[in-house]
Design a protein around this ligand. Structure first.
Ligand code: 4NP
Length: 158
């Protein structure tokens, strides 16, 4: 089993979108028994809340279901469980690197490192903007998700 955790600040916009988009890809490839997917926030502002309704709506338009996701905060224990801890931006990386047991820091990276069609290495926070921000976030995330699945398949026998 390969375990992937997506992390953003609030766990209501970017990381649930990444969780839903990557899970859809995993299911399309019949790999749901091999790859586990989850998301969390660096902060606890939205614990147990569903994702932002704008994120849910933008994702639903692409047949990505975010409705069962609930907010939670990332903690040190996540570093034992997950193989890939994928941050949406550099602030998230800094925060996670402080929380991580030192020997586990190598598990943290920027999710956009797996993108091939975008030069940007951070997924912009759409929280304070309009609907178009959520669609752009989805475009970026779907591209990086494809690269991530390719990486997992090349490194692990799945
Ligand atoms: P996210 O977006 O990190 O992509 O979930 C945000 C959600 C909530 C807040 C900030 C960013 N907030 O300040 O509550």
């Amino acid at each position: 089993m390969v375990r992937v955790l997506f992390v953003c600040l609030g766990n209501i916009c970017r990381s649930p979108t990444a969780e839903g988009a990557f899970r859809k890809l995993v299911v399309e490839h019949g790999l749901e028994s091999m790859i586990e997917v989850d998301s969390a926030g660096t902060h606890g502002y939205h614990i147990n809340e569903p994702p932002d309704s704008r994120a849910v709506q933008a994702a639903a338009y692409r047949d990505i279901d975010l409705t069962t996701i609930r907010g939670r905060q990332a903690g040190a224990e996540d570093f034992d469980r997950f193989d890939y801890i994928l941050a949406m931006d550099a602030d998230n990386v800094r925060h996670l690197s402080k929380v991580a047991p030192p020997e586990m820091v190598h598990k943290v990276s920027l999710f956009m490192e797996y993108s091939s069609n975008y030069a940007e290495r951070e997924v912009p926070d759409p929280y304070w903007g309009g609907a178009s921000g959520f669609n752009r976030v989805l475009d970026m995330i779907e591209d990086a998700a494809t690269g991530l699945l390719r990486d997992i398949r090349s490194r692990h026998s799945v």
